[in-house]
Design a protein around this ligand. Structure first.
Ligand code: CTP
Length: 413
């Protein structure tokens, strides 16, 4: 192959059998246009949907399939591609391949290669809605997420089988952008792990929603998953900070080096923050605390009556504004989750809460917001009023961008 090709980052694209295979062809050509070298591995079922020749033509590389692979050639090929991959992508990913990876099964070219790779693996599921919602599939996905596999979530809509719901593979443009951001990080991360530029800094991070009980069985909450805050906490730990993470009820685990305080309500979160505020250099408030709580929480389960139920809601304290009013030397970073007028609301929140920086995101944009692994952030700093818009990236990469900005503010003081 030419010399130029060797300088390119290598994507290994696994294609499994599903109608979304035709979108994988589009994905291949986008990745090639974006400057990647793409090697495609197709399962025999994928070959029933689209000819290997299509991928060979688009990638300008031989396509690997099991159909003509003799066992000896197999051995060499799966290790070679596993090592070559900078990012390993599986799109479309069927329930079958997700199940195989999650359970350590390696019985064909694709599952063998993905098991042998040390690269980051990005999975774009595509299947019927009932299959996607099947608890076994969901448990497999949850297990893989915990193990660091990355997912580009399927969209909802009319599926090829006629059913309506979630299961349609994400659009090639979305997958290509995400893969590019992961590929960009593969270099950055290896540099970052050796940079302990927050050594000894004490960081207080909040994450997740809070819940406000209505009665012993019901509550008010919101859709925050906690992923952004947890990513900030992990990134800060990697960069040498002493991290306290105040987390609302979330389904996430964190490294043992992080001091984690689990809380339920907004008032609990406020107390945990106040208890730790004086000993903190940096506060990053990624949580989405419930703004209201029920005035008189019922001691027993509220029974149905003939009429409607009215709940009196009282406004909760604003944690960030409370901390902002007590600020000494701390650097205070807030978040602004908006669906419109992003800049206007974000700048208002900087003032109202006495912040040094705000991370604004449009939670309605594709690739951003609740329960996603990616985010699209805009950082506004109060000292100079500067505003920087960043492209779509993983929440972990966004965490590093946020910490880079914090460090910059610290150094400019
Ligand atoms: N925040 C907080 N305490 C609250 C509500 C919000 O500390 N009771 C923090 C969030 O953690 C976030 C920032 O304030 O860092 C902005 O949160 P957001 O929900 O976007 O804004 P609100 O201040 O709640 O205003 P609104 O809901 O009207 O947009």
């Amino acid at each position: 192959m030419s010399e130029m090709k060797e300088n390119k980052k290598n994507i290994v694209l696994g294609v499994t059998g599903g109608i979304a295979c035709y979108k994988a062809a589009d994905l291949t050509s986008r990745l090639v246009k974006d400057g990647f070298n793409v090697d495609v591995i197709m399962t025999p079922n994928a070959c029933n949907f689209v000819s290997p020749l299509t991928f060979q033509t688009l990638s300008k590389n031989q396509v690997v399939t099991d159909t003509f692979a003799a066992p000896k050639y197999w051995e060499v090929e799966h290790v070679a591609l596993a090592k070559k991959a900078d990012v390993f992508v599986i799109a479309p990913a069927t329930a079958d391949i997700i199940g195989k990876i999650a359970n350590g099964i390696a019985d064909d070219m694709l599952s063998t290669t993905v098991m042998a790779t040390g690269a980051r693996v990005v999975i774009a599921p595509a299947m019927n809605v009932n299959m996607y919602e099947n608890v076994i599939v969901q448990e497999n996905i949850a297990k893989l997420r915990r193990l660091g596999y990355l997912f580009v979530e399927p969209g909802a809509g009319m599926l090829a089988c006629g059913d309506v719901g979630k299961g349609r593979m994400a659009e090639p443009v979305e997958i290509a952008e995400y893969v590019a951001s992961v590929a960009a990080e593969t270099g950055v991360n290896s540099e970052k792990t050796s940079v302990r530029d927050l050594e000894g800094k004490r960081i207080l991070v909040t994450a997740g929603p809070t819940v406000e009980e209505i009665d012993p069985v019901r509550y008010i909450s919101n859709r925050s998953s906690g992923k952004m805050g947890f990513s900030v906490a992990e990134a800060a730990l990697d960069r040498g900070a002493v991290v306290t993470l105040v987390a609302g009820p979330v389904n996430l685990e964190c490294s043992s080096g992080i001091r984690r305080i689990d809380v339920k309500s907004t008032e609990d979160m406020l107390k945990a923050c106040l208890d730790n505020f004086d000993d903190t250099d940096i506060v990053i408030k990624a949580a989405a605390p419930a703004d209201f709580r029920v005035e008189n929480k019922a001691e027993h389960k509220i029974k149905k009556t003939d009429g409607n139920l009215c709940l009196n809601l009282t406004e909760n304290p604003d944690i960030l504004a409370t901390l902002g009013s007590r600020k000494q030397e701390q650097i205070m970073v807030g978040f602004a989750a908006e669906t419109r007028d992003l800049e206007k609301y974000a700048r208002e929140k900087i003032k109202k809460k006495n912040l040094d920086m705000i991370v604004a995101n449009n939670v309605a944009a594709p690739g951003a917001g609740f329960d996603k692994d990616t985010n699209i952030i805009t950082v506004i700093r109060s000292a100079d009023g500067s505003m920087t818009e960043y492209p779509i990236m993983s929440k972990r990469a966004a965490a590093d961008v946020i910490l880079d900005n914090v460090l910059d503010i610290l150094r400019s003081r």
